[in-house]
Design a protein around this ligand. Structure first.
Ligand code: 5AD
Ligand code: SF4
Length: 479
């Protein structure tokens, strides 16, 4: 991703007039939190006189925002750094190369050994110091490292810095207090810190004033938000507050932990105008034995109770899960449990990952990575095949329905089509009408054809059906 400010702003030079106008280029790997962090870094740089470019060859500062969640994510960045060596054909002479984010936080100084041409390594909080780090490198050409995780992150966001006009990410907490044995995030992002309610409401209001219609609240366990504040507000209270913001049309939140939905959460959010009944709440595995070794803090039965409660209040709630295959010691029988639970809970969407041991995590230290690569591959494909079947079934049920689509713009595959997202987060494509600019608009689309992952339709001349009144999935989801 390369994010550009949505509004042209006059570059403000915080340095002397000897410093000419600088250009920064961003490449972002990893999750939505990283995308948001790149937008914040871009804002910090703009406040110091930079503007953004989408051409790496023009940039004075090249910023790579990185992910450590799996080995593969780190390898991609290392090979990208290889291509960005000075003297190569990609970078402007004398430009500064910065690596920020999770990989920086995890590997710190070691990265200068792997990539001696790096000038700056900054972590998941200190990336906000990029302007000062850049100025230092330009002055003496010595590299800089900034990895402090201990301070508060209370950087005031300028709503104009975001990659999409009509949607925005809003971080409601940073870090994570859990200790899932496979996960690097507690190391790279530190302990959980929630953002105060009023700060979030103000930020969302400013985003909405600037044209945002859909916000996605971000955090590692968003549904544990708020517990340290007076009166212990929870995610339901926050969603209710945001629902009052005029002009805001949709609110999403990722990622939830199955244990942390507060009492009556589903009942309380069900009738909120902006609540989108698509909830990402990863089960990770279908076997209690594996969940225990993962230290996920729940059993399948506990997850089942959460699903029952959710579906009692919102029968058509669309649930999405992450899955890990090939966790140390996973037997074929364990894997069969994952396949069975995927069907039982009738997931609307799934992300499936092959276990990747992360340095110094509990599973890496205590358990052998003993599942052969071919088995991981096969198990991954088997889960994906079941999810494809379920997604196809969910989408088939949408044929003939008129859904509200927030239009993102031209379809990537077909310039004659526009694409957007439904409330349930499915991609929907429809023919581009002549002479009407629809990007950023909510459009009713009647679904005429579906694949497992996409919906196709035509613009309707009547309002969208109220999606929650018409079940998307059969209520007897136990099958
Ligand atoms: N190996 C494979 N997948 C992982 N995830 C987190 N850590 C690992 C790992 N070491 C997956 C989890 C998480 C998602 C973001 O990435 O499923 O929910
Ligand atoms: Fe995001 Fe986790 Fe990757 Fe960090 S390691 S960028 S928190 S997915």
């Amino acid at each position: 991703m390369s994010s550009t400010p949505t509004t042209e702003r006059q570059p403000v030079s915080l340095q002397s007039e000897r410093v000419p106008h600088r250009l920064a280029y961003f490449e972002t790997y990893g999750c939505q939190m990283n995308k948001l962090d790149s937008e914040l870094a871009e804002q910090a740089l703009a406040e110091a006189g930079f503007s953004s470019t989408t051409e790496v060859s023009q940039a004075d500062l090249v910023v790579i925002n990185t992910c450590s969640v799996r080995d593969h994510a780190e390898h991609r960045v290392l090979s990208r750094l290889g291509v960005l060596k000075p003297g190569g054909d990609q970078r402007k002479e004398g430009s500064v190369l910065a690596l920020i984010g999770c990989m920086g936080q995890r590997q710190g100084e070691q990265l200068f050994k792997a990539a001696p041409h790096l000038d700056i390594v900054a972590g998941t909080t200190d990336f906000i110091r990029l302007p000062e780090l850049y100025a230092g490198v330009v002055k003496d050409r010595h590299h800089r490292t900034a990895l402090d995780l201990s301070g508060d992150f209370d950087y005031a966001r300028d709503p104009r810095f975001r990659s999409e006009r009509h949607r925005a990410f809003v971080s409601i907490m940073r870090g994570c207090d859990l200790h899932c044995t496979y996960c690097i995030v507690p190391t790279t992002r530190g302990p959980e810190v929630s953002v105060p309610l009023q700060t979030i409401v103000d930020e969302v209001s400013r985003l909405v004033d600037d044209g945002v219609q859909e916000v996605t609240l971000l955090g590692q366990t968003v549904n544990s938000w708020g517990k340290q504040f007076k009166g212990e507000p929870d995610l339901g209270d926050l969603l209710a507050q945001l629902d009052r913001i005029e002009g805001l049309k949709r609110t999403r939140f990722i990622t939830s932990h199955p244990n942390f939905f507060q009492d009556r959460f589903w009942e309380r959010v069900r009738d909120l105008r902006t609540f989108c009944p698509y909830v990402h709440v990863p089960l990770q595995h279908g076997s209690d034995r594996v969940l225990k070794r993962m230290a996920r803090l729940y059993t399948v039965d506990k997850y089942r109770c959460m699903v029952d409660e959710a579906r009692e209040s919102i029968p058509d709630v669309a649930l999405a899960s992450d899955w890990i295959v090939g966790f140390p010691g996973e037997t074929e029988a364990d894997h069969q449990e994952s396949l069975a639970r995927m069907r039982e809970f009738d997931f609307f969407h799934s992300y499936v990952f092959k276990y990747s041991p992360r340095p110094n995590t509990p599973s890496e230290r205590r358990m052998a990575d003993d599942i052969p690569r071919a088995d991981k591959e096969r198990r991954c494909n088997e889960l994906l095949a079941v999810q494809t079947e379920l997604s196809q079934k969910h989408n088939d049920a949408l044929i003939g329905r008129t859904l509200e689509v927030l239009v993102d713009g031209e379809s990537k595959k077909n310039p004659d089509r526009l694409s957007g997202r439904t409330r349930l987060n499915r991609a929907a494509h429809f023919e581009r009408p002549k002479g009407r600019e629809l990007t950023g608009k909510m459009i009713p689309v009647t679904i005429t054809r579906v694949t497992a992952h996409s919906l196709f339709g035509e613009i309707a001349d009547r309002p969208a059906d109220e999606i929650r009144k018409l079940p998307v999935v059969a209520p007897d989801y136990r099958g």
